[in-house]
Design a protein around this ligand. Structure first.
Ligand code: ADP
Ligand code: MG
Length: 369
């Protein structure tokens, strides 16, 4: 097992219009045995970062260390990392056994040891019955296991996963996700896992590293990103359904909502004094609908209140999503108990406790003040 450190790592690709900067100023310390997830929208530099760690992509600047050793100029095969890709790239002409054994044969491991290792890994991944088959005779999920098995069998210091579940159907994806987490708990090997799926990231990672345009936006435990997003991008990316955003402008020491109504945070942070236009943001589960039982948060107790019309109601069993259209043209999703009486077309008044409301400056980088 090993720690992985990236120090001011950057990567630019040459292009006709000058260089494309895929990753910039990337700093990250990954603990020995940690499960870190790089998450962000397509094109934000996740794969590039992973390939630089694997040594498959030369870095343009900075330093990468694995287990304390600088690996900038170390060949991929000598980095003691194993990578699992989105397209499993199994050897089609080889049996599952030979696919698993391949890397060990190349390392000239004795036959009996190879046998023992392959069988151990096959048991662990529930593919012991498939060892004689070829990849074309496997289901997507089975192929995916073989690909993971090929990485595990080498007992590397670091696992690198690049969207390994994206080719599986939804149900299998959830199942395999749980298995990967259990596998990490069992093996304790450092994992760096890439996904664009925020839910996969939240459920798997001990730590998330949220990227955008090649730059780290926020890094921390999943619940920290969920409860304390550092900017609008982080707020909008993590969570499903996503954070609600309402436009507001400053007026007489209060925020006046474009959708009507005012809100005052109490006590009001003085740093907000300079802001004129902001977005007030809050999670769907923090919206309460009047008339749904419980005590609705009251405006004079620091809550944010607004009214609108219910457009769509989506029952989800435990909860339901109520979509509300506001007079400003904005919309809000409330995630409420299934006993809610909200029905399409009916007017509704909603409230959010003041401390659940985030304020984002909607100018420039959208950084939170
Ligand atoms: N070989 C390449 N040549 C030129 N540009 C590339 C190359 N690989 C990736 N890029 C660019 O780098 C950026 C990051 O890509 P990538 O790391 O694949 O993102 P992600 O995995 O997050 O979707 C994208 O803008 C992509 O177009
Ligand atoms: Mg990618």
């Amino acid at each position: 097992m090993a720690s992985v450190t990236l120090e001011n790592v950057s990567k630019s690709y040459p292009s006709r219009k000058g260089a494309v900067c895929a990753v910039r100023g990337f700093n990250l310390d990954i603990r020995d045995g940690e499960f870190v997830v790089l998450v962000g929208p397509s094109g934000c530099g996740k794969t590039t970062t992973l390939r630089m760690i694997a040594g498959l992509e030369e870095i343009s600047g900075g330093v990468i260390r694995i287990g304390g050793r600088v690996v900038n100029d170390v060949q991929p095969k000598d980095r003691d990392v194993a990578m699992v890709f989105q397209n499993y790239a199994l050897y089609p002409h080889m049996t599952v056994y030979d696919n698993l054994a391949f890397a060990l044969k190349i390392r000239r491991m004795p036959k009996a040891d190879i046998r023992a290792r392959v069988h151990e890994v096959a048991e662990m991944l529930h593919i012991a019955g498939l060892l004689d088959r070829r990849p074309k005779d496997l289901s997507g999920g089975e192929r995916q296991r073989v690909a993971v098995g090929r990485a595990i069998v080498r007992r590397p210091s670091v696992f690198l996963f690049d969207e390994p579940l994206s080719n599986l159907d939804a149900r299998l994806r959830l199942h395999t996700r749980t298995e990967l987490k259990a596998l990490h708990q069992r093996l304790g090997t450092t994992c760096i896992y890439v996904t664009h799926d925020q839910e996969e990231a939240m459920t798997l990672g001990e730590r998330l590293v949220l990227m955008r345009d090649g730059v780290i936006q926020q890094s921390g435990p999943p619940m920290e990103l969920y409860t304390r997003p550092v900017n609008r991008f982080a707020a909008s990316f993590i969570g499903s359904p996503g954070m609600n955003f309402l436009q507001a402008t400053r007026e007489d020491g209060r925020w006046r909502l474009t959708a009507g109504g005012t809100w005052r945070r109490d006590p009001e942070p003085s740093s907000e004094a300079a802001l004129v236009e902001v977005e007030l943001a809050f999670r769907p589960e923090h919206v309460r609908l009047q008339g749904d039982g419980g005590t609705p948060a009251r405006a004079n107790h620091g809550a944010l209140c607004f009214s609108g019309n219910v457009t769509v109601v989506e029952p989800l069993g435990e909860t339901m999503n109520v979509h509300i259209a506001l007079s400003s043209g904005e919309s809000v999703i409330a995630r409420v108990p299934p006993i809610s009486s909200a029905s399409p077309g009916s007017p509704v008044t909603a409230s959010v406790e003041g401390e659940r409301v985030h304020i984002f400056d909607d100018r420039g980088d959208g950084a939170r003040r």
